[in-house]
Design a protein around this ligand. Structure first.
Ligand code: NAP
Length: 501
């Protein structure tokens, strides 16, 4: 087995030197070139030190309209939409290769804009983004239409056709990965796409879009419009020429998008929303130490800013104290610090108001009577960095157990039977991730069928692959990304019925 590739940059100084050599994007990417919009500029502030990384142009409503019209023009030109599927796939694969060649630079942009440790950005965020583009590139010419038997004397064809312009709105926690859960699937199907990244994190996506032109994607096929959600995002969501809208972000904004769609052209809206994932540990787990290590990982990876964070740890009452002690030990082993230091395992939270919200939730948890066994509600004096927090004695109906905090705050609950574990796990408005740790195969199957969640991991956490869907149920959304199914939402089914003479 070959060792996984790693970045050639191994010291903080080397990453800082790279930062001085690269050009940081500051304009929108529209019609195959940089585009200064009309709506002023917004500073991208790095959570690592609170300093501005770039001043990025903000679009006005006319700029959004121009980007959508350009995407529509590109679609109608047929340069992409009617290109041989194989050639579309080859262009996507060339794009993936180019992103791979520029992986240091892109990982650095992710680390600067959202504070993810640069090594994690390189190994996880960029790897997943690049693999996803390559996967959809390889899929582009392998999609099958249907010809059902129908009736004698007729031929029926059921084909999938591109929709036109797809609108995508993405969050800040995985700026590259989550955009690439959408962009290559929409493009492989022959659409054009207009993406609005989060205001905090447009930089890596803008650079990736620039590289798409080098890979041969025609102008207008991939547009990136920058600016606020309330301005740019809502203009995109309300646009009559956007045929479908794909979103990853909070449940609150997802609900607004459904309204915008209803008030405009009734476009379908696909939602990847929040979560409060239960991570259920039985005493018969094959390896309780691994389960504890993964429980710690599940709440602290990306500083807990993960839709699938294992924020509700459900432990059998017989093993709670020992198991929680192991989780705390793993959390305390984190090296919290500068994302550009390769030794860092946990970076800061993404922005100051979010850090304040997370600490407020900790304060509320204490006030509601839960017992704090790790971390604190106090600000550290080094900016946006926070220590992981663990609460025990959490009431399953309390805010701590119900509300998505989106930070490294773990709520531990207990159960005494399988039935109780399922009842507590499903006592949530969300239904995204879930995990079961048990050595009993029948129990694993039984519970996975009963869990109200789009994702169930057994004896692991957050595992997956581009070949399997990623998405939720209930208030976690609908219309999963990834896999062959992730592409279906970017196509329309058409029936052609041919009556034979
Ligand atoms: P957010 O506040 O919902 O923002 C997501 C995106 O929506 C941003 O680009 C934002 O723009 C935009 N937006 C905000 N208001 C809008 C409006 N009125 N109209 C149109 N667009 C609007 O979420 P976030 O804070 O970035 O991300 C955290 C949330 O995302 C959490 O709830 C998390 O669970 C969820 N998430 C879900 C998944 C999943 O796959 N299920 C994955 C990751 C994250 P601006 O920020 O620029 O204003």
């Amino acid at each position: 087995m070959t060792a996984p590739r790693v970045s050639a940059l191994t010291t903080r100084q080397e990453w800082l030197d790279l930062r001085d050599r690269i050009t940081i994007p500051s304009a929108m990417w529209v019609d195959g070139r940089w585009d200064e919009a009309d709506g002023g500029v917004t500073s991208v502030i790095s959570p690592r030190d609170g300093l501005a990384v770039a001043d990025v142009t903000s679009a006005g409503a006319e700029d959004v309209d121009r980007a959508v019209r350009g995407a529509r023009r590109a679609f109608e030109s047929g340069l992409w939409s009617r290109l041989e599927p194989r050639e579309r796939g080859e262009a996507l694969i060339r794009w993936a290769d180019l992103l791979d060649q520029h992986r240091d630079e892109l990982a650095l942009l992710v680390a600067l804009e959202m504070g993810k440790p640069v090594i994690v950005a390189w190994n996880v965020e960029l790897r997943t983004a690049i693999n996803t583009i390559r996967w959809y590139g390889e899929l582009a010419d392998k999609l099958m239409d249907e010809s059902p038997r129908g009736r004698n004397g007729a031929v029926a064809l059921v084909t999938r056709e591109p929709l036109g312009v797809v609108g995508a709105i993405t969050p800040w926690n995985f700026p590259m990965t989550l955009s690439m859960f959408k962009v290559p699937a929409a493009l492989a199907a022959g659409n054009s796409i207009v993406v609005k990244p989060a205001t905090q994190t447009p930089l890596s996506l803008l650079r990736a879009a620039e590289l798409s032109a080098e890979a041969g994607l025609p102008p207008g096929v991939l547009q990136v419009v920058t600016g606020s959600g309330s301005g740019v995002g809502s203009a995109l969501a309300r646009h009559h020429d956007v045929a479908t809208l794909t979103f990853t972000g909070s449940t609150e904004v997802g609900k607004k998008l459904l309204t915008y769609a209803g008030e405009s052209n009734a476009k379908p809206v696909w939602l990847e929303l929040g979560g409060k994932s239960p991570n259920i540990v039985f005493p018969d787990a094959p390896d309780l130490d691994k389960a504890a290590e993964m429980a710690a990982w599940a709440i602290s990876f990306n500083s807990g800013q993960m839709c699938t964070a294992g924020s509700r740890l459900l432990v059998h009452e017989d093993i709670r104290d020992d198991f929680v002690a192991r989780v705390v030990k793993h959390l305390e082993a984190h090296v919290i610090g500068d994302p550009l230091d390769p030794a860092t395992t946990m970076g800061p939270l993404a922005y100051a108001a979010h850090r304040d919200d997370v600490l407020d939730e900790v304060r509320q948890g204490i006030a509601d009577g839960a017992t704090l066994v790790a971390g604190s509600d106090a600000r550290r004096d080094d900016g946006l960095y926070v220590d992981p927090v663990v609460f025990v004695d959490v009431d399953q109906d309390s805010r701590l157990a119900q509300h998505e905090i989106f930070g490294p705050v773990l709520s531990v609950l207990t159960f005494s039977s399988e039935a109780e574990a399922i009842a507590v796990a499903n006592n949530s408005d969300f239904g995204l991730g879930s995990a079961i740790w048990t050595g009993d195969l029948s129990r694993a199957h039984r519970l996975s069928r009963q869990l109200q969640a789009g994702l169930v991991w057994v004896n692991c956490y957050e595992e997956g692959d581009t070949s399997v869907p990623f998405g939720g149920q209930k208030l976690s959304g609908h219309g999963a990304d990834r896999s062959v199914h992730g592409l279906e939402k970017y196509t329309a089914l058409k029936t052609t019925w041919i009556e034979l003479a």
